[in-house]
Design a protein around this ligand. Sequence first.
Ligand code: PMV
Length: 327
Amino acid sequence: MNNVKSITVKANANFALLKYWGKHDSYKNIPEMPSISLTVSDLTSTVTIGAHSKEREYYLNEKKIDKSTNDKWQKVITQFSNVSSVNKNIFINADNNFLTASGLASSASGIAALTGALNKYFKTDFDHQDLSRIARIGSASAARSIYGGFVELRNQKSGDYIDSYAKQIASVNHWPLSVLVCLTSHRKKKISSTDGMMKSKETSIIYDDWVDLSNKIIDEGRQAILNRDFLKLAELSELSCLFMHAVMMTTIPSLVYWNKKTIECIECIKELRGLGIPIFYTVDAGPHVKAICEPAYSDIALSALSSVIGDENILMSSVGEGLIYKQ
Ligand code: PMV
């Protein structure tokens, strides 16, 4: 037994504006290219960890999960349990307040919250950079959800050694933006990001061009955020999104995450832009569309996108915080 109190930590999802799709090292889970994301409010994972009387027991959205098959969690837990003298028999309850495993970044917020909670529970006292590095081992996008606001994940080379962790580019209050998450399906995604990326690297004829493009636009993307240059960020984000999906679609067998509603939402966003409204879209490894605009235009965007998928399928969000520790 140990006398450690249970710990609850929350983390928000993040959406990549400049995306990563492909691993340099699958064992260490190091991305092949840098990425930049926006941490969003209201799409939150909550993880509670406490002492268990005799074993380890894990729950996700109130369902018991098989420890041996949950490789992502296991890799992260080991980083703490191996270096701490706190009793390793623990229960973990993780809950997402939004769809799980459907391309809405639930693994990013989930693993980030898990990392923060383990750090407190095991009293390891790692700083945010260490936590980001550890979260990355579970899911690279989770490295970014440790921080709020605008975040960059990149590789750091020292001789032959490559490390990878995220840094905050700008805080939550730097640039108020609205994010409309358009849910175009309630199904789970057919192929995981990890498997999809591996196949893309092996088979997509444009994979090397994708790596080149991602490295080429990263400085401009960061600068667009620092300058609050909406049009530049819109141009680069859509380019990164479309190129990533082109890589997915040219993977053998082809990875098509979009559905009819995905395309209708994108068309609607393009029409709004044609009317002079500053808005852009991004889509991850799932069919959902995220529309990003300045808050003054969020009502117009909501009403236009509601006519495509219904307002019950739109989650309104904004720029969110990093790890949130609950007492
Ligand atoms: O790190 P993962 O396995 O959650 O993969 C994330 C992949 C994308 O969401 C499609 C892109 C990104 O950079 O978040």
